[in-house]
Design a protein around this ligand. Structure first.
Ligand code: NAP
Ligand code: ZN
Ligand code: ZN
Length: 349
């Protein structure tokens, strides 16, 4: 066991503070990664504040949008070499044997995937995330980050990117489809970029008028400002698909009513509160309400390669780790443009 420097919430809701965390010695299949950047996902906030139906494990070192360089490899590692630019997302292990794992959809592992943080590794030890200087991960769960993508802007792809890419691909967003994206935060802004790059007609829905120009720049053909009301009613029945990436309680039925016949609203946002569905909104036009969690390892690699080929990355603001608590407050106030990314050089300084 070695120790690494990091930042942790020591109790639920506590501000993050320096913490020395244990990292295992790399085993034969492990990759030892020196972390350069880690995105600040709204899920970090939910978990640090214990907002979900999930008993948090404290001290908690958040962070699951990790980009770094390979510092060392175990003797059996073949896919990676020292110096490679790599990424780690929301999970670092799974059973590898169930139908979901064999299908490359490890996020739905029947035995439960091992989360990058706020989880327990196979040996029962708590997992600690990317707000730290290094991490040791089995090579099967390590992603290759193409050199064409700037590392800080690549970090959010490991969660915000794959979480929007996976449902857009699964529900076949593309030419001839009208795709809505609701909530232009870390996830939503990637959703607009991907849906546009895949060839869909994109309609962005935001409560923030100041985000409209950015949404058009990412490829939205239309931007609807507000939450419900006349502008929404005018678009009732117009979307094939709506990606709902809102982090707080909201009227999901109003979103469902934007769908045309057989349209699908996919919830990727995870507000702490239950969302009420008006039965008529769903029953009318044979609409569907679905959900989607991050994405598997093969599709995450596919997404990263697509980003390199299409010049896509996240819009980020780099911060030193000493400003992470302030970044949380700004994220809660909707002031992120569009992802805070921690520069881990600040931890080593
Ligand atoms: P974020 O950057 O904070 O973005 C959330 C956006 O939701 C805001 O930018 C805002 O967009 C909108 N919003 C916030 N409060 C609202 C309200 N009261 N009413 C209407 N709109 C509101 O968060 P994120 O990191 O993108 O994460 C979004 C959600 O997805 C979180 O709940 C997170 O936990 C979840 N998540 C899920 C998965 C998954 O696998 N399914 C993966 C990662 C994250 P506008 O300013 O444009 O209105
Ligand atoms: Zn996340
Ligand atoms: Zn499995």
């Amino acid at each position: 066991m070695r120790t690494a420097r990091g930042y942790a919430a020591h109790t639920p809701g506590a501000p993050l503070a320096p913490f020395a965390l244990p990292r295992r010695e790399p085993g034969p299949h492990d990759v030892d990664i020196a972390i350069d950047f880690c995105g600040v996902c709204h899920s970090d906030l939910h978990q640090v504040r214990n907002e979900w139906d999930l008993e948090g494990i404290f001290p908690m070192v958040p962070g699951h949008e990790i980009v770094g360089r390979v510092a060392a490899t175990g003797a059996a590692v073949r896919a990676f070499a020292v110096g490679d630019r790599v990424g780690v997302g929301v999970f670092i292990d799974s059973c590898r044997a169930c139908p979901d794992c064999r299908a490359g959809l490890e996020q739905y592992c029947a035995a439960g995937m091992v989360p990058t943080y706020n989880g327990r590794d196979r040996d029962g030890a708590p997992t600690y995330g990317g707000y730290s200087e290094r991490i040791v991960v089995d090579e099967r769960y390590v992603l290759r980050v193409p050199t064409g993508i700037e590392p800080a802007a690549a970090a959010p792809l490991l969660c915000a990117g794959i979480t929007t890419w996976s449902p857009l691909r699964h529900w076949q967003a593309g030419p001839g489809k009208t795709v809505g994206v609701l909530g232009l935060g870390g996830l939503g802004h990637m959703g607009v970029k991907f849906a546009h790059a895949l060839g869909a007609h994109v309609v962005a829905f935001t409560t923030s008028p100041a985000k409209a120009d950015d949404a058009r720049r990412w490829g939205a053909a239309e931007v609807v400002v507000g939450a419900g009301g006349a502008a929404w009613e005018a678009r009732a029945g117009s979307l094939d698909f709506l990606l709902d990436a809102v982090s707080a309680a909201h009227d999901v039925s109003a979103g469902i009513e934007l769908l045309r016949r057989d349209g699908t609203l996919v919830l990727v946002g995870l507000p702490a509160q239950a969302l009420a569905v008006r039965p008529f909104a769903l029953v009318d036009r044979r609409r569907r309400l679905a959900g989607s969690a991050i994405g598997g390892i093969p599709e995450t690699q596919e997404m990263l390669d697509f980003c390199a080929a299409h010049g896509i990355a996240a819009d980020v603001q780099a911060i030193p780790i000493q400003q992470v608590n302030e970044a949380y407050e700004r994220l809660l106030r909707g002031q992120a443009r569009y992802r805070f990314v921690i520069d881990l050089a600040s931890l080593r300084a």
